[in-house]
Design a protein around this ligand. Structure first.
Ligand SMILES: C[S@@+](CC[C@H](N)C(=O)[O-])C[C@H]1O[C@@H](n2cnc3c(N)ncnc32)[C@H](O)[C@@H]1O
Length: 289
C-alpha cells in the first residue's frame, strides 16, 4: 500500500494584525489598496507559497516575511499573491478597432515628414501579454497593408511571473478564441502534436518586435523611452488610491510624444480629466501638451 501523504495542512487563518502589517507593506510598495475585506483573499492566495516553504501557520509565515532578509525573498511572491492578473486577447475590443481605424492613421498624419516612422506601443500593465500581442497583430497587419510604418512593442508589469509568461508567449488554445480567425492563422503557431491541453504560441515575427521589463508604477521615474505613441494603461488604476492614479497617469504621459494616444480601461476613464488630455473616444485620450 502506498504511504499516506504526510504533507502538513495550514493550521490557522491570516489574523487581522498579520494582515494589517502585510497590507501596509504591500500598499507602500505596490500601491494596491488592501482594505480589511480582502483579508480572506490574501489568506487563500498565500497558501501555495506557504506550502512550498513548509509553513503550516500564517503567523509563522508572516514572522518569516518580517524577519531579516525575509522581505527581499518573499516580496516577489507576495506581489504575485496580491496582484490580479486577469487579462484577455482583444479585451475591450473597441480599443483595438480604434487603434486600427483611427489611431495609426492619425499618428502617420502627424509624422508625415518622416519617411518610415516607427510607432511605439506600450502595454503599461501588460500582465501575461494578451493585450500587447493583440495590439501587435493589429499593428503588424496595418504595417503590412500600408507599407508606411514600422512598430515596436513594450510590455511592463510589476509581477515577474506574468512577465515570464508574456515572454514565453504560449497560451491555452481556448484563450485565443477572441482573436479574429485570419489573425489566428497568421500570428499563432499550433504545435504539430497537440497535448491534452492544446496551446498556441505567438509567431517569432511578432515576438522579435517586443520587449518586456519589470516596472513598478509606484516608482518615482519610469525607465522607458519618452517617445511612446500609444499607451494602453488599462485595468490597473482601479487598484490604486485616487492620488496614486493621477500620479501614474502623469508619469505615463511623461513618457509619451505630444499627439500620442492614451487608452484607459472603461471603468477608469474619468481619471484622465484635467491633465492636458483631449478625449477622442470612450476611455481614449490624445496628449495635447
Ligand atoms: C488586471 S491586470 C490588467 C492587464 C491588462 N492591462 C488588461 O487590461 O487586460 C492588472 C496588472 O497590473 C499589474 N500591476 C498591479 N500593480 C502594479 C504596479 N504597482 N506596477 C506595475 N504593474 C502593476 C498586475 O501585476 C497585473 O498584471
Amino acid at each position: 500500500m502506498e504511504a499516506l501523504s504526510t504533507r502538513s495542512e495550514v493550521v490557522d487563518g491570516l489574523g487581522p494584525a498579520d494582515y494589517a502589517r502585510l497590507a501596509a507593506l504591500l500598499n507602500g510598495i505596490v500601491g494596491i489598496k488592501l482594505p480589511p475585506s480582502k483579508r480572506l483573499m490574501l489568506e487563500g492566495r498565500l497558501r501555495g507559497r506557504m506550502r512550498q516553504l513548509g509553513f503550516t501557520s500564517h503567523s509563522a509565515y508572516c514572522d518569516h516575511v518580517f524577519n531579516q532578509g525575509g522581505q527581499q525573498e518573499e516580496l516577489p511572491h507576495l506581489i504575485d499573491a496580491v496582484t490580479t492578473n486577469k487579462t484577455d486577447f482583444f479585451r475591450e475590443v473597441e480599443h483595438y478597432r480604434f487603434l486600427h481605424d483611427t489611431i495609426v492613421a492619425e499618428l502617420l498624419r502627424l509624422r508625415s515628414r518622416e519617411r518610415h516612422p516607427e510607432i511605439k506601443f506600450w502595454s503599461v500593465a501588460s500582465s501575461t501579454g494578451a493585450e500587447l500581442w493583440s495590439a501587435a497583430m493589429v499593428l503588424d497587419q496595418l504595417a503590412a497593408d500600408t507599407g508606411q510604418f514600422d512598430y515596436a512593442l513594450l510590455g511592463t508589469d510589476i509581477s515577474t511571473r506574468v512577465l515570464e509568461h508574456a515572454v514565453r508567449a504560449v497560451y491555452a488554445a481556448d484563450l485565443v478564441q477572441p482573436v479574429p480567425k485570419a489573425m489566428r492563422e497568421k500570428y499563432l503557431l499550433v504545435p504539430l502534436k497537440a497535448g491534452h491541453h492544446p496551446t498556441v504560441r505567438i509567431v517569432p515575427e511578432l515576438r522579435q518586435r517586443a520587449s518586456f521589463a519589470r516596472l513598478n508604477l509606484m516608482d518615482e521615474n519610469y525607465a522607458v523611452d519618452d517617445d511612446q505613441d500609444v499607451c494602453f494603461l488599462r485595468n490597473v488604476l482601479i487598484y490604486f488610491e485616487k492620488s496614486d492614479q493621477e500620479a501614474v497617469v502623469r508619469k505615463v504621459l511623461g513618457r509619451m510624444r505630444k499627439g500620442g494616444f492614451l487608452v484607459l480601461g472603461h471603468s477608469e476613464a474619468p481619471v484622465g480629466s484635467g491633465m492636458g488630455l483631449r478625449q477622442v473616444a470612450p476611455a481614449v485620450f490624445v496628449k495635447e501638451t
